[in-house]
Design a protein around this ligand. Structure first.
Ligand code: GLP
Length: 238
């Protein structure tokens, strides 16, 4: 696991963009695993800026998103489908047919999505306060494929800010790539920002692989880059 610690969120986003740009230059038809949340937004902004200023094209890029809420309309402002369109897809030249965000509430739909995913070159990840990746909450087996999951109270609490701070409006389930699915990617890029991620970052970087901290599984992957800002890295001992 390669760790880069940056001064702040903007520097974290720039470092993450360097990793992304290197891949797009060597492989313009890359398959990207994408993530939502506030952590990757700065990276997406760098990608959009680079597309507009330098003409980096996404026309041959294919994308597969990690997760989506269950029971929310695709076009709901809070759906991850909407998030991806608003924060990246609408501002680059990607073919909408090449973008994929999971959708559904059944095991069959989850299996179908899992089987549709091409070999991912670069999987982008954020990290939850409790160490979740995608919506793989603590206790998720490391070999699990795309599945339907009940969100933990901690995740519902963390995400209520997007739902008028009203906990009753936050969906209680999600469809998510499993940890086994995530681990199939050739390379993994995880971005973490802010003090509330410090415990999860410490467990991921310094702890033993442990299903109670899902991101610790990344220690078993041969090519992981973690980019954390100073606050997210503040509990690391080294
Ligand atoms: C959400 C998402 C994750 C994301 C995490 C952190 O629940 N399902 O994919 O990485 O929480 O979000 P943020 O980056 O906004 O802190």
């Amino acid at each position: 696991m390669k760790l880069i610690v940056t001064e702040n969120y903007d520097e974290m986003s720039k470092e993450a963009f360097k990793v992304m740009k290197e891949l797009l230059e060597s492989k313009p038809n890359a398959v990207l695993g994408l993530a939502t949340g506030s952590s990757p937004v700065g990276l997406y902004q760098n990608m959009i800026k680079d597309h507009k200023e330098n003409g980096t094209s996404y026309k041959d890029v294919h994308t597969y998103n990690l997760d989506e809420y269950v029971g929310i309309d695709r076009n709901d402002p809070q759906s991850y489908y909407t998030f991806m369109n608003e924060n990246l897809f609408k501002d680059v030249d990607i073919n909408p047919e090449n973008t994929h965000v999971p959708y559904g509430s059944t095991d069959e739909e989850a299996k179908k999505y899992d089987e549709s995913i091409e070999k991912v070159d670069l999987q982008l990840l954020g990290i939850g306060r409790n160490g979740h990746i995608g919506f793989n909450e603590p206790g998720t087996p490391f070999d699990q494929r795309t599945h339907i999951v009940d969100l933990t109270e901690s995740t519902i609490e963390a995400n209520k800010r997007f739902f008028d701070n009203d906990i009753t409006k936050v969906p209680t389930q999600a469809i998510t790539m499993g940890i086994g699915t995530v681990m199939d990617a050739g390379k993994i890029l995880l971005v973490a920002s802010g003090e509330d991620k410090a415990d999860a970052v410490k467990a991921m970087v310094e702890g033993e692989p442990d299903i109670n901290w899902p991101a610790t599984v990344l220690q078993n992957h041969p090519d992981v880059v973690v980019i954390a800002d100073k606050a997210a890295a503040s509990k690391l001992s080294k």
